[in-house]
Every structure is written in C-alpha cells, then in structure tokens.
Design a protein around this ligand. Structure first.
Ligand code: GLN
Length: 537
C-alpha cells in the first residue's frame, strides 16, 4: 500500500473506557493482515510530557527506546503490536503550544497574529502526518480525554480538517458507554447519542461506533444507536468487558471490525488472519497448569496503573510457563522487619519496584533483606536494584547508614550516587538518563544465562547509579556487578551468585515485554519462583 491511511479514535461519555486498548486491538488486527501499523496518542494536557507527573495522576510513565517519557497507553501499543514507538507517538497540548510559541519567537509567522486556528491545529496536523510519513499503511491516532472537554477541541478540529485534506484516507472511530441501570434492568443509549451529537457539533461524523458495555447489546439496540447516530448496523460494534485486555482484538475480529474498516477505505479485506501466536498465548493464559505468588513491593500499590508494564510483563512471562502469576501488591510503607514474614508469607518471589524519593524506602530494604536471607528469588528494578545495593551495604558489609545520595546527601557510605552528568541539572523535565543504552553482560553469570547474549540494549529512567568506588568491597562480600555500560562503566546489573536467584537491574526490562516476545528476565524470574515454590512445599 503506498498511501497512508489515518484512523482516529475518540472517546465519549466518560473517561477510562479503554480507547488505548481499542486502538491497540484495531492495530493488532490490521497488522495481522500484513499491514504496517503504528499508533499515536495525543494528550490534551499542558505538560510537555508525563515525565514530571506523579504516578497518582496518570499511572506509570512509559519510556520509549529513544528516551521519550510517555503515556502508559504507548506500553499497550508496544505490547500488542510488538513494534517500538518513539517520541513522535505521544504528543501533548503542551508540546504543540511550545512548538508554536518557539516558531513565533523565531519570527516564523512573519508578523501574523498567532491563533488556535490555524496555527495550533496546523501543528497538530503536522505531528499526525509526521508519523504517517514514515512509511506506515495505517496510523491510528488516539485522542486522549473525552469529547466535549474544552481542551480536546483543537485536536477534534484538526482531525476534522485532515479528513478534507486527505480525502478518502481518514476514518473516525468513536468509543462510548452504554450504561446498564440495574434497578430497571435497562441498557441506556442516550449518553452515546449525546456524545455523538457533541462530536457532530464539532464537525466530525463518526464512521464506526464502539459501544463499551457490561451486557450483550441486541441487534435492535445497535440498530437504534446506528440510526440515531447516522452509522450503519455493521459499523456499530460492542466492546463487552473481557477477562483480559488481550481478548479484545479477538472480540473485535468476531464482529468484523477490521473488515469493516478496510471496506470503508475501499480495500478488499481478503482472508481472515488466524492469529495463531496470539491465540496460543491466550490459550496458555486461560489454562495455567501452575500458580505462583510473587510480591510486588512499592509505594504506589493502591494504584496498580503505576506499575502497569511490570504487571503486564508478569502476564506475558507467566503464560510462557503456563503459570498464573498472582501478584501480591505490598505497600512498602507498611512493611517492617516485625511483619515481613507475615506480609510476604506464601510468596515465592519478591520484586522491588522502581521509584523516587524517601517515602516507603525502609520497607523496600526489609523486603530485600527477607528475600536475600531466605533465599527467595528476587528481582530489583531501577530503585529496586539501588535498594538491593544499599541493603547489602548496610546488612552484609556493615556500612551503617549507607544510602543513596538521593535519600541522604551526607551519608557516610554513598553506595548509590548521582551520575556525574546529572550534577548540574536544574530542570526536572526530560533530563534523566532516558531510553535505550547498551549493556555488556559478563559471561558465566546468571544474567548472561538469562539473556543468552553478550550485549543487550535496555531502557532507562534514572539520575543515580552504583558508586564504583565501592565495587571491590561488594565483590569481596558476594555481590557482583555482571552488566556494565561498555562506554562509561556504569553498573547495569548486580547479582548475588551464592543466592538461588538474586538480580538487580538499573534499567527497566518491563518496557520491552510484549505478548509475542515476553522479556527473558521476567521469564527466568517466574521460572525461578516456580522452582522455589516446588522445593518449599
Ligand atoms: N530514583 C532513582 C534514580 O533516579 C531510581 C529511578 C527509578 O526507579 N526509575 O536513580
């Protein structure tokens, strides 16, 4: 296909209907038919990127290979499509305005008044087409927020214009809610009608409606919605709650959503793809032969979205071993040496999560000490790895008050210290060590066995690092650095060889795990946890 087609996904009625999953599912179905697909998210907030946002606001900050700090939906796009995204796949209102204002300061507008229309909308369109120009057959663009929000208006106006500029190459999918009123046992279509009307007022007629529902929608109801919203019956699709997000592409395929899309673009759909690897993953997910409990220790556990990629990586890795991984979310602020045995009881593996700052840090040391001393498989990610180093310094090396200079600038043992190139940084946004960096893995180590490779590339998001001044002390006492940045010597992986499975990684393996390519570290960690369980029955 030499022409790029654009599919826009908007949402109505309420937020949180799963536009990201619908976008990823449509992308998956088109990809399964052999098309080159990418997915982009436009976020209507004013932050330049979500990197400065507290996880309580929007959940996890996902990091792409090129070091962009992005919305967590990009994680879904990568996990579904097994295809890397970049900065261009996540644009915020803040970024759009910054670009326009920078152009204005440069004098690029030649004395013109700079306005939302056409300047902001032009910049939005430029950013959408920029992705399409990279040779994709389909660009799916998810518009964050809900139709009717003041802040989404420029995005809606931009895609309205694009439909006319790229005649025949644009399609609009609108996702809404059909609520069920239990008292009267009725499904209600009015919110959908209103939301479509709102979209129409902005000049956009949806081509396809996806109705999120908790109950099956009858053909009569779908016909009624279609008639009120000017959409044919075959273009009204239901999205009923599924046992897993990974079932959604198949649920959409059953209703021929991908065929409808292709036909609307005037493309012959051809054979229905079998999607064998996807189905085999689901088969293993639904029919686990084993189960294992793993503790996920962090300070945001009341909001699991903060650990989205980790949770999904466990689902992928669990399926490999036909194992249901039951995550026990442990609040690190509640964990003490007095209650550790109780709170971690029944866990065959302990993962200490990434994070920032002092809150909940002592509980992380407790979890690590418990896993280390009881020979329970342990995986520490980013701050989790740094905490493993600090715990080892305090409890094995006897370095009293050892710490990271992030938590205590005047610690006598700064075993984790700020990276040299981070010292003079005052701006917080986008200034961490971000994205993919190479790591050389030492032969004969657990990490080397897990990866089966001498050189790997993993994604990062941090300012602090292992302090190499202490390396000899650690190695003598039994904690070894087994992965390094080949250019700078920065420690990327630590292990305790005498322990059955103890690994800390400065990078974030979870960002690279996908349905068809689970991450080897998570796979190995789940396997080690299963073995631990078998041996400790
Ligand atoms: N706060 C730590 C650092 O900046 C770890 C960051 C993380 O876990 N992503 O180095």
């Amino acid at each position: 296909m030499n022409q790029t087609r654009y599919i826009f996904v908007t949402g109505g009625v309420v937020s949180g209907l799963g536009k990201g999953i619908i976008s990823a599912s449509v992308g998956k179905l088109l990809q399964a038919r052999g098309y080159k697909v990418t997915i982009q998210k436009l976020d209507p907030y004013l932050n330049i990127d979500p990197g400065t946002l507290n996880p309580y606001e929007h959940g996890e900050c996902y990091v792409t290979i090129d070091g962009a700090e992005t919305d967590l939906d990009l994680g879904h796009y990568e996990r579904f499509l097994n295809h890397e995204t970049t900065q261009a796949n996540n644009i915020t209102t803040g970024r759009i305005y910054r670009n326009v204002i920078e152009k204005e300061r440069r004098g690029d507008f030649l004395g013109k008044t700079v306005q939302i229309i056409p300047h902001i909308t032009d910049e939005i369109k430029r950013n959408i087409k920029l992705v399409g120009n990279k040779g994709y057959d389909f660009v799916i663009t998810e518009i964050g927020g809900t139709v009717g929000d003041i802040e989404s208006l420029p995005f809606i106006e931009a895609i309205r214009q694009l439909k006319w500029e790229l005649e025949g190459s644009c399609l609009f999918i609108h996702l809404t809610l059909v609520p069920y009123l239990a008292a009267s046992q009725e499904l209600k279509t009015k919110p959908t009608q209103h939301s479509v009307k709102q979209l129409q007022e902005a000049g956009v007629q949806p081509d396809i409606l996806v109705l999120r529902t908790e109950h099956n929608l009858s053909p009569e109801l779908r016909k009624k919605v279609g008639q009120f919203c000017n959409v044919g019956l075959d273009s009204v699709v239901q999205s009923i709650d599924q046992p897993t997000i990974y079932q959604v592409p198949l649920a959409m395929a059953e209703q021929n959503l991908d065929e409808t899309i292709l036909k609307k673009f005037g493309i012959q759909p051809g054979e229905k793809p079998e999607m064998k690897p996807w189905r085999s993953f689901l088969d293993k997910l639904y029919n686990p032969k084993h189960q294992v409990n793993i503790a996920l220790v962090g300070k945001y556990v009341e909001l699991p979205d903060a650990y989205k990629s980790i949770i999904e990586a466990f689902i992928h890795a669990g399926a490999t071993h036909e194992c249901k991984v039951k995550l026990n979310l442990v609040h690190s602020e509640e964990l003490t040496s007095a209650n550790a045995a109780d709170m971690l009881a029944g866990c065959s593996g302990v993962l200490v999560a990434p994070g920032f700052g002092q809150r909940g840090i002592e509980g992380k040391f407790v979890a690590i000490q418990y896993a280390r001393e009881n020979n329970i498989p342990f995986l520490g990610i980013c701050l989790g790895m740094q905490c493993a180093v600090i715990e080892f310094a305090r409890n094995v090396l006897g370095y009293k008050n050892a710490n990271s200079t992030e938590m205590n600038e005047t610690t006598p043992y700064p075993v984790i210290d700020i990276m040299a190139d981070q010292k003079n940084i005052s701006e917080m946004g986008g200034t961490m060590r971000l994205g993919g960096y190479p790591c050389s893995v030492k032969k004969g180590t657990l990490a080397h066995k897990v990866y089966g490779a001498d050189n790997i590339i993993e994604r990062h998001r941090h300012r602090y690092e292992f302090n190499n001044k202490f390396m000899a002390d650690f190695e003598k006492a039994g904690m070894e650095a087994t992965g390094f940045n080949p250019d700078t010597g920065l420690v990327e992986i630590v292990e305790i060889p005498s322990h059955r499975w103890f690994v800390g990684v400065q990078f974030h393996p979870e960002y690279r795990s996908t349905v068809v390519q689970p991450h080897p570290l998570f796979e190995a960690f789940v396997k080690a946890s299963l073995q631990y369980k078998e041996e400790n029955k």
